[in-house]
Design a binder for this molecule. Structure first.
Ligand code: G3P
Length: 227
């Protein structure tokens, strides 16, 4: 993981799985390679293995369950996504919350397995305390803006600024901003406010030409870090 970090969270849209997801992944891979910017794809658990085989980008899980190996029907464990060749996982997304003790347990296991971790928080006040659990990155997303098309960088820039101040108290953890990120301008602003990257879902997953949206993200991110 290195800045500018761009995470596309596939979630559970109609094109988040099967051949449509593979086609989208391949389009994003092409743009990623053209601009030499790595893009992280977080995908449904059922798609991890196939994505890893067919798309040359870091593939993450969207969630892992905080339960040990054993009798836990339906659980997706860190060990399972590792076996499917995922590079890492999101943890504690607003749409899939965990308790703080569960987050700690999961992070200890992902670290032991050599998996990267992006820990989601919904407010800047949690950035420093959760950084003590040593994820690789923290993704801050005000839940009320998720899926709205109104970006955190425009509607609540102070959330990013405050989160950036909090992450600076911990060494070596990246701060990613998300929620409503739709345009290159949103990306540019988030990075100029001090974020190391952005996370997005609906703007890409619902786009007619998702590759153009991702290209706009990348060029704006590169512009932000070079100016
Ligand atoms: O994980 C990123 C996601 O929650 C942001 O969603 O649709 O607002 O880009 P969206």
């Amino acid at each position: 993981m290195k800045p500018p970090i761009i995470v596309i969270n596939f979630k559970a849209y109609e094109n988040s799985f099967g051949n449509k997801a593979i086609d989208l992944g391949k389009k994003i891979e092409k743009i990623s390679k053209e601009h030499s910017v790595e893009i992280i794809l977080s995908v449904p658990a059922t798609m991890i293995y196939r994505m890893v085989q067919e798309v040359d980008l870091p593939i993450y899980a969207e969630h892992v369950d905080p339960v040990p190996l054993g009798a836990y029907t339906g659980a997706v464990l860190p060990e399972m996504i590792k076996d499917a060749d995922a590079k890492g996982t999101l943890i504690n997304h607003s749409e899939r919350r965990l308790r703080a003790d569960e987050i700690d347990d999961v992070l200890k296991r992902t670290r032991k397995l050599g998996l990267s971790s992006i820990l989601c928080v919904d407010r800047y006040e949690l950035v420093y305390p959760f950084s003590l659990l040593r994820p690789d990155a923290i993704l801050i997303e005000p839940p009320e803006l998720i899926g709205t098309g109104i970006s955190v960088s425009k509607a609540k820039p102070e959330v990013i600024t405050k989160a950036v101040n909090e992450i600076r108290k911990s060494e070596g953890i990246y701060l990613i901003a998300g929620a409503g990120i739709t345009t290159g301008e949103d990306v540019y602003k988030a990075l100029k406010l001090g974020a190391h990257g952005i996370g997005a879902a609906s703007a890409v997953m619902k786009a007619k030409e998702p590759e153009k949206v991702v290209e706009d993200f990348i060029t704006s991110a590169l512009k932000a870090i070079s100016s």
